[in-house]
Design a protein around this ligand. Structure first.
Ligand SMILES: C[S@@+](CC[C@H](N)C(=O)[O-])C[C@H]1O[C@@H](n2cnc3c(N)ncnc32)[C@H](O)[C@@H]1O
Length: 206
């Protein structure tokens, strides 16, 4: 099955708060974004934002240049609808991040919670990292959340790759400076716990 078909099916068939990655708010993500990019004029992209409320919270915190990308149009439509009028303040993108291009747009902060770890093929990871290199401003930040070393082996029925800060930084390579990392436990709606790794890097100024 195509990746896009998989995710369309998920979002067409499951209520927003019954997927394993659901949290009412992405608290760690928001806290780290505010720490790394306190300036409300910073341009922020949430890659694979799905139906999460991070975009709502970023607008609530007065961020002025927020973009969200997801492979699922259903998820993007759901989130836009939830935001109502406020959706007009957001730049929306539907597409596969391994085949995407943001053109002239460059970001101060790239956020990804639980997308990169689905890229089990080196060629897909390379395409992702190449896009980050083209799209994040020199000196900008990349904030990634993947399953940690003790996290699950699968999510949404798909294989994932688990990372620690060193192996994740290695995927991005020498163009990025590892700034920090922390592990956190996510409580799923099913009552299980999943270890996440939050890891942030800075893109070197060229
Ligand atoms: C596990 S969910 C996480 C959603 C959200 N980031 C969160 O933390 O609640 C993974 C998300 O990534 C999206 N996704 C998966 N593969 C993708 C790809 N290749 N390009 C863009 N989005 C993708 C899915 O549609 C889904 O919304």
């Amino acid at each position: 099955m195509q990746t896009s078909d998989h995710w369309e099916k998920v979002y067409q068939n499951k209520p927003f708060d019954s997927v394993s990655w659901y949290a009412p708010h992405l608290g760690e993500s928001l806290r780290l974004i505010q720490k790394l990019c306190p300036d409300p004029t910073a341009s922020i992209i949430d890659v694979g934002g799905g139906e999460s409320t991070l975009v709502d919270d970023l607008l609530q915190q007065h961020y002025l240049d927020v973009s969200v990308l997801d492979i699922s149009r259903t998820a993007i439509d759901f989130t836009r609808k939830r935001l109502g009028q406020q959706a007009q303040q957001v730049n929306w993108h539907v597409g596969d991040i391994t085949q995407y291009d943001f053109g002239e747009k460059h970001f101060d902060l790239w956020h990804d919670r639980a997308v990169f770890h689905f890229l089990t093929e080196p060629v897909a990871r390379q395409a992702y990292v190449d896009l980050v290199k083209r799209s994040v401003k020199p000196g900008g930040h990349v904030l990634m959340a993947t399953f940690g070393p003790d996290g699950p082996l699968k999510c949404s029925g798909l294989d994932v790759v688990r990372y620690d800060d060193q192996t994740l930084h290695h995927e991005f390579g020498a163009g990025f400076q590892l700034m920090g990392s922390e592990k956190s436990e996510h409580n799923t709606p099913m009552g299980t716990r999943q270890q996440f790794l939050y890891c942030w890097c800075k893109a070197y100024a060229i």
